[in-house]
Write a protein that binds this ligand. Sequence first.
Ligand SMILES: CC(C)(COP(=O)(O)OP(=O)(O)OC[C@H]1O[C@@H](n2cnc3c(N)ncnc32)[C@H](O)[C@@H]1OP(=O)(O)O)[C@@H](O)C(=O)NCCC(=O)NCCS
Length: 218
Amino acid sequence: MIARKRASYTDTSVDARGLGVSRSGAVPGLLPMPIHPAIPILTTARLRLRDWRDSDLPAFARLNADPQVMVFMPKILSREESDASIGRIREHFDRHGFGLWAVEVINGAEFIGFTGLSIPRFTASFTPCVEVGWRLATEHWGRGYATEAAGACLGFGFSQLGLPEIVSFTTVANLRSRRVMERLGMTRDPADDFEHPSLPAGHPLRPHLLYRAASRQT
Ligand SMILES: CC(C)(COP(=O)(O)OP(=O)(O)OC[C@H]1O[C@@H](n2cnc3c(N)ncnc32)[C@H](O)[C@@H]1OP(=O)(O)O)[C@@H](O)C(=O)NCCC(=O)NCCS
């Protein structure tokens, strides 16, 4: 079973992971955010971004144990670590009304990975912020799925959440991920390059690049 601890919106005054969440569910500095009792479903031409199911766990664990998928992550994940990460993803949805959606192909594969919006837990010059991110199984690379799903997430973040900006970041060598950011129209300023604080000094994945997308309404 996916571990899921329901967050209480009525007793939350500050989100320790970054953005503050008021008792009404509003994020300071952003438009008032309604409380979401259920995970919203986003649909694109080919994809459905949906809530996680217990049946996703084995496929997600396979993806997280694939060295090719995880080459730019600090490590591959065990089955237990993979299952636990879904629990954290669902807590993020409960708390904020958005998160990393499970992605399925309409009339196709029931689960290909995740794409979504999340609030980074570390502190950097650009935090607090909302990040768009993705991780797909290798057999679904090269079809434009990540860009298509992430485009829907940006649209949701700007139009439904009223976010003024959404960022994305990756280690320098992750060219596939950088290409997704560029295809989305996100822009990079070298002045925003940063050392990821969760990785130790000298770690080869530590140097990161930041890409930004701004709401067209701002
Ligand atoms: C990052 C990642 C999601 C990118 O996947 P991807 O398939 O390269 O990216 P997209 O889904 O946007 O697909 C784009 C590719 O599909 C091709 N494509 C095929 N059909 C397409 C279509 N209908 N529309 C758009 N692109 C299409 C594009 O030409 C492009 O190929 P290219 O990069 O060889 O030129 C994937 O490599 C991944 O999951 N990596 C591991 C996890 C990871 O690193 N996450 C990011 C951490 S910061």
